[in-house]
Design a binder for this molecule. Structure first.
Ligand SMILES: [Zn+2]
Ligand SMILES: [Zn+2]
Length: 183
């Protein structure tokens, strides 16, 4: 998943690649890549500086934060990234030294070494950026029953809701007393 920069001569070079999901099999447990990954970008070359503008597209498998079931999450993440050679002076003012990564106002700047850019790391980072804060299999996911653990999306369980609201606690005692009266 390396982009060899040495053959690039033109100012703009389109790059289109496809990777099998297995190529990402070593990835973290936050997500799983479950469809071919389509990477489409244009490499803008300005002497030793490169700018990669494009999109990475695939389907991730995430775990629902409510019902804990896996679900498919299609992503198409646009990116606009700049790469400077290792050791280049990244700071426009030339101030900070030893800085390997600086944040521009809108685009991030990374360094590349050995005349190649690690596209695997690029895609991995974009996937992480695309992850929702709170993954949900569906907007109205009912989640799991707090008492028996049943997935309430599949069927309601037989559990009686617990009286956890303090305002209802009084009502509960009234109902309990009434039950005793009936007996
Ligand atoms: Zn869910
Ligand atoms: Zn239950």
């Amino acid at each position: 998943m390396r982009l060899d920069l040495t053959p690039l001569r033109q100012a703009e070079t389109p790059v289109d690649r496809q990777y099998a999901p297995e190529a990402f099999a070593h990835d973290h447990e936050d997500f799983r890549v479950v469809a071919p990954v389509l990477l489409s970008l244009v490499v803008h070359k300005d002497h030793e500086r490169y700018r990669l503008v494009g999109q990475v597209q695939t389907t991730l498998e995430l775990t629902c934060s409510r019902c804990l079931e896996p679900f498919a999450y299609p992503v198409a993440v646009p990116f606009d990234l700049r790469y400077f050679p290792e050791g280049a002076d990244l700071a426009p003012s030339g101030g900070e030294e030893g800085e390997s990564r600086v944040e521009d106002s809108d685009t991030s700047v990374s360094v590349y070494r050995d005349d190649e850019i690690d596209l695997g790391a690029l895609m991995h980072e974009q996937f992480y950026l695309a992850l929702p804060m709170k993954p949900l299999c569906r907007e109205a996911c009912k989640g799991l029953c707090a008492q028996c653990g049943a997935n309430l999306n599949e069927a309601p369980c037989q559990c009686v809701p617990e009286w956890s609201d303090p305002r209802l606690a009084g009502l509960k005692s009234v109902l309990t007393e009434r039950k005793h009266d009936d007996a």
